[in-house]
Design a protein around this ligand. Structure first.
Ligand SMILES: [Zn+2]
Length: 78
């Protein structure tokens, strides 16, 4: 068999799956659903404002080989 299970569990390209993670805000503690971009690279760092308190998260998103994402949110102050 030549089927690659990675291709099925980590769809890139057509219609990219709706990926999302739940993030606990490091400022106010609210749990917010964060849409993710699986096509944006294996490790992504960017800033996203909290929906609840509007303060900036320093986000690190890491995509594992199984297609699961690990999301880390930190405060701006380090
Ligand atoms: Zn917040």
């Amino acid at each position: 068999m030549t089927r690659d299970p990675l291709d099925e569990s980590f769809p890139l390209g057509d219609g990219v799956a709706d990926a999302a993670a739940h993030v606990d805000c490091p400022y106010c503690g609210a749990e917010v659903e964060l849409p993710l971009d699986p096509g944006g690279g294996a490790i992504q760092r960017y800033v996203e404002d909290c929906e609840v308190c509007c303060r900036p998260w320093q986000l690190t998103v890491r995509w594992g080989p199984s297609g699961a994402a690990t999301v880390e949110a930190r405060t701006d102050e380090g």
